[in-house]
Design a protein around this ligand. Sequence first.
Ligand code: PLP
Length: 957
Amino acid sequence: MTQTLSQLEHNGAFIERHIGPSPEQQAVMLDAIGASSLEALIGSIVPADIQLPGPPAVGEAATEQQALAELKAIASQNLRYKSWIGMGYSAVITPPVILRNMLENPGWYTAYTPYQPEVSQGRLEALLNFQQVTIDLTGMDIASASLLDEATAAAEAMAMAKRISKLKTANKFFIADDIHPQTLDVVRTRAETFGFELIIDRADKALDHDDLFGVLLQHVGTTGEAHDYSKLITELKAHKVIVSVAADFMSLVMLEAPGKQGADIVFGSAQRFGVPMGYGGPHAAFFASRDEHKRSMPGRIIGVSRDAAGNTALRMAMQTREQHIRREKANSNICTSQVLLANIAGLYAVFHGPVGLKRIASRIHRFTNILAAGLQNGGLKLRHHHWFDTLTVEVADKAAVLSRAVSFGVNLRSDIHNAVGITLDETTCREDISALFAILLGDTHNQDIDKLDGEVAADSQSIPAGLQRQSEILTHQVFNRHHSETEMMRYMHSLEKKDLALNQAMIPLGSCTMKLNAAAEMIPITWPEFAELHPFCPAEQATGYLQMIGQLSQWLVQLTGYDALCMQPNSGAQGEYAGLLAIRRYHESRNEGDRHLCLIPSSAHGTNPASAQMAGMDVVVVACDKQGNIDLGDLREKAAQAGDKLSCIMVTYPSTHGVYEETIREVCQIVHQYGGQVYLDGANMNAQVGITTPGYIGADVSHLNLHKTFCIPHGGGGPGMGPIGVKAHLAPFVPGHSVVQIDGVLTQQGAVSAAPFGSASILPISWMYIRMMGAEGLKQASSVAILNANYIASRLQSAYPILYTGRDGRVAHECILDIRPLKEQTGISELDIAKRLIDYGFHAPTMSFPVAGTLMVEPTESEGKVELDRFIDAMLSIRMEIDRVADGEWPAEDNPLINAPHTQMEIVGEWAHPYSRELAVFPAGNHNKYWPTVKRLDDVFGDRNLFCSCVPMSEYQ
Ligand SMILES: *Cc1c(COP(=O)(O)O)cnc(C)c1O
């Protein structure tokens, strides 16, 4: 039959490309699980009283081309001025080889946090490089694998200083008055909930105070002064004060490391190593400390260990410090951090090496010296004598200078009294210096750059003698051998090949929502219109950003059923913290500041209790019953006991057990009845979008994980975005920002992130997703996510019991396979199954969360029936292998499960196992085989012999 013209004009909807199973496959799957239609299935699973009456108002779906064109038009409203504003953000040149082979490469950006080290050796090595760069530049012993941004790293430094201080009664924290204003803002917010007294003054005044547990200094002050703090640090340390120093990667290439001057903690932003400003983020923060304090550090740390064959292998070290194990006693609430950005920064250092980095840093510094000399020749006064890349220039008529700058297409820093600030960067060239002379001295400035250079090159005092770097940087081989593009491309590919990401196979990690991150969604983030903006540029230059963020916020308001949205938190855990702060401030505003108890079900994600602790709340655990639901009796009792001390409940919906609790409305009512607020953890929104909303259910505030539900890729462990939706009564209490007035938000509150809109430059991903799916597509996505989970549960339940189910034995968008009975019978554990899945070419499901001894599977809507069947078949085949162990055919201590995963090296060696090499490595045939590069990691060895810097290349042979 010939098609009509309008059929031929149909471009193919994005919805069909995002959702894995075709309508025909869906019909087969529905049949297999005994459901008559998708609508009937959803209708029977989701409690009737929370199903939305109609679709959310987010409009109709657009095609990829339409959405890209629309977003391009919006982005084009952004004005790409040169921003020499500084304040912790500088223009960069992302080496194209890194841009294309990492930032734009799904092999890197679709991976998950390396909890399964055997399928993550590539990004673990890249992160180890990042740690080594940090260690070398800061002069410290040990570094973490990234924090969320410089300002939150400062807050973590303060919290850590308190943890490690020997002065147990000291409660004051001193901050030098020339740290970046947004850093101060975030630290102030954190200090408030911890009850620390802050003192902000000139650094040398720190010695005048008693009872300080810590001091925070900035190596190069926010107005540009390069400080030699060695003497001050020595004196402070004589008083047992913990000294933290904020520093900048690029300046550290030339300046002496704070670690060499005695600092206890050194942190800062790694943005300048190749990551675009992106209107504020995402950027990795680095964080380093002394060896003796390593167990008190926040965030992930990559360590060197060995595998079952005794070969060097990498893994995440000392996880017992982290929220997923220690909960409210954790060092921080950090879960998602900034892995992709840390990897870019680490690879930037690999690409340029010590010689290239010194050239870049020296060029920036030399241009700054030339600029300084010319401005002084021209009669202007500089505020400081010592600098690296930033000058504060006294001007008589600041407004005139700033408007002249704008006429040159240039932004200068404008918030300094009677002065302007100029921060030069890697992109600065001669023409820029001439333009700056013209802006500040007039068109007839008469400054000759070469002549000035002759003067400053011979004799510059701008870096004090004691602050000139003496120590070497980046002496490891990895930083000295990949400088040609060919070498670099191959090095990056060699790392990528070691890892399993979504471009290889499904990643069925429960609670993580590893769905498609479509190419069309990713394309806009590297558009210069989005990448190049400084977060503190004048609002009229960011019209496109503000429109995109405003529209996305409106859509998210519709999809959550809340009244307002705050786009600042840059991870889910940060959203929890921000939401709990709003609750705390709300109670305080009503003279109910005593409400400090936070009810948390035993099944909660570790970030929940860790965030509650950060928000100054005490955690009360609520029991779950045998079916995995919140025990309403226990909840009533705990809420009544808490009484007028009750602050809130944190509840995840659908629950972390993977079911829609029928009683969720009642849970909200009970908590409200006792004057508490309901925080609904939105990590499982992929089972709600278009079907129900937290607001409709009765919650007051939620975070969304845009990196789960709304398609921002996980990046191997970040970036993410955790905006919070709130009901109107909480809106005045969401985070604000001290540098940027956030339009349309009346809040007067302190910040939780360095940048006003968190990681703004990845928001186009979620914008594109919603625009291309529309209301109908989003609902379909949630529905198919539920169908896929039920299909897996139904086909696997005879081999592995499903731990929790709701009505009709159904699950929500994920299901928990209970491995404990099998382990009891056969000795084969969830860990063995997880590792054996690698031989079959799969990433393991979530292990032992929320219940120890289980595997939690979340397929998402993006996986089609073929891939689901492949996974199911692998799991069934593994079950038969377990039976062979149970039957005694294979010994308990020598079988393909216990020995998994198997490497290429191993099968070409001697083979004495009771099963064949073929069965070891090709259990599912050799189609698209993934080869792990190491055998099972030895966790105990790694934590006993902690080693967190680069190993010599020879170790890898
Ligand atoms: C992922 C997750 C979080 C934390 O989100 P991050 O972005 O990793 O900080 C919180 N709660 C639940 C249930 C989650 O699955």
